[in-house]
Design a protein around this ligand. Structure first.
Ligand code: NIG
Ligand code: FE
Length: 411
């Protein structure tokens, strides 16, 4: 299979040498070729350049992209798209004045979703999740991390992991599974949290590792969920089974989870709606990337991550949807890129870098995804006609996507 895209108004995020992360002021640069072509074979980017050099290609399919832009698909490094039903009633409760924490105290929140998921068959869960996955692919996402965490028992967590595996087999998108058994304390362990932590470290993590079904381990390190000591124990157990951490930290409170994540060589520390100078210092010199989730701030009306503080300290930043039924029920990365500009004060260049190369880094796949580079996977967005990539975040809540190419296939 070969595909040639011609007359591209702007070919965006072109890197001659394979770029796998962009930090600090480097995030301001977004390399573009004006009036470009792109040639792919099977699932791979083979060649690109200026239209004046577009000669000698004998492609099976040619797309004329006059007036349109081409960029790498979005890399959404933090989602919880495998869930059952929805939490619209809690949404209404919040409109009427309850907080996310109030709802959790009443037995709602994550435990509400866990109950629903435990009562849902694997096939039904798969169907609901596949629908969400296909929707986000149509909105330009080509690689997505998916967490467990609504199971909270060995059986239900494995049901989630099996669903993720089936999505992986059924979809052209790149899917990265993460084990988030430490998402909430189940009702049955309410008065003995330590027993649940032992259950995670002694049963859940070993079982997931035995089945080789998760790439990363996650913990919701937060007041009322898992404290620093709990998180340390879970990450330590993950390490024994080669599960690198990607953790939820600093969403509502600063507990020291960022330094702990760095200590455990976390691939990413996510949320960071709250962040202080020590957190920034802890990240410096590490291989851990900060991930901001502006959809969660928007939906819960909580502070936005101080992204400028992170980038201006010379650090890398990724942005992701956090698509989940409780705090961010949207998988639209176009909106996230816009929110990153409007609310996190990123420039369009920084926001697009955060959603492509750096998003891929936060999933451990940036050697093959996230930029237009020869040899990388052909996961691409063809936009509607527009003059400049800044129109993507500018026209917020519009759909800038005309077509997507996932794993070399035009959808
Ligand atoms: O990333 N904060 C923890 N986990 C999710 C929310 C999960 C839920 O409310 O169902 C998040 O925001
Ligand atoms: Fe999350």
């Amino acid at each position: 299979m070969s595909l040639l895209i011609t007359n591209i108004k702007q070919l965006i995020q072109v890197h001659e040498h394979n770029t796998t992360i962009l930090k600090g002021s480097d995030m301001k640069n977004l390399p573009v070729i004006e009036n470009a072509y792109l040639y792919i074979e099977n699932d791979t980017i083979i060649e690109y350049g200026n239209m004046t050099d577009c000669e000698g290609f004998d492609a099976e399919t040619t797309i004329d992209a006059t007036g349109k832009l081409v960029l790498p698909s979005w890399c959404d490094s933090h989602t919880h798209i495998v869930y059952a039903g929805d939490r619209t009633s809690e949404f209404v409760d919040r409109i009427n004045g309850l907080s996310y924490a109030d709802i959790a105290h009443k037995g709602g929140g994550i435990l509400n979703s866990a109950k629903k998921l435990q009562d849902t068959s694997e096939d039904e869960l798969y169907e609901q999740s596949l629908k969400r996955l296909n929707e986000l692919i149509a909105m330009g996402t080509g690689a997505v991390e998916i967490k467990t965490g609504y199971g909270l028992t060995v059986d239900a967590e494995l049901k989630m992991l099996k669903v993720i595996k089936r999505l992986k087999q059924a979809s052209l998108a790149k899917i990265i599974p993460t084990l988030l058994a430490a998402h909430a304390i189940p009702e049955a362990y309410k008065s003995n949290k330590q027993d649940y932590i032992n259950y995670i470290t002694e049963e859940l993590i070993p079982k997931a590792a035995e089945l080789n079904i998760a790439n990363y381990v996650d913990v919701f390190c937060e007041e009322g969920y898992f404290d620093i000591k709990d998180t340390d124990a879970i990450l330590e157990a993950g390490k024994t089974y080669n599960l690198q951490p990607k953790i939820h930290v600093n969403q509502f409170n600063i507990l020291g989870g960022i330094a702990l994540g760095v200590k455990h060589n976390a691939l990413s520390v996510d949320h960071l709606e709250e962040i202080n100078d020590e957190d920034i210092e802890a990240l410096k010199g590490s291989d851990t990337i900060a991930v901001a989730l502006p959809g969660c701030s928007y939906f819960l009306s909580i502070p936005y991550t101080q992204a400028r503080k992170i980038i201006d300290a010379g650090l890398p930043l990724a942005i992701a949807t956090d698509y989940n039924p409780g705090s961010s029920p949207s998988g639209n990365m176009n909106f996230i890129v816009s929110a990153a500009c409007v609310k996190l004060k990123l420039t369009p260049e920084e926001a697009i870098n955060a959603a492509t190369v750096n998003g891929a880094y936060a999933m451990g796949i940036s050697n093959m995804y996230g930029s237009i580079t020869r040899g990388k996977k052909a996961n691409l967005i063809i936009t509607k006609a527009m003059n400049h990539y800044s129109e993507i975040p500018y026209a917020f809540a519009h759909n800038p996507i005309e077509q997507v190419i996932v794993n070399g296939q035009l959808l």
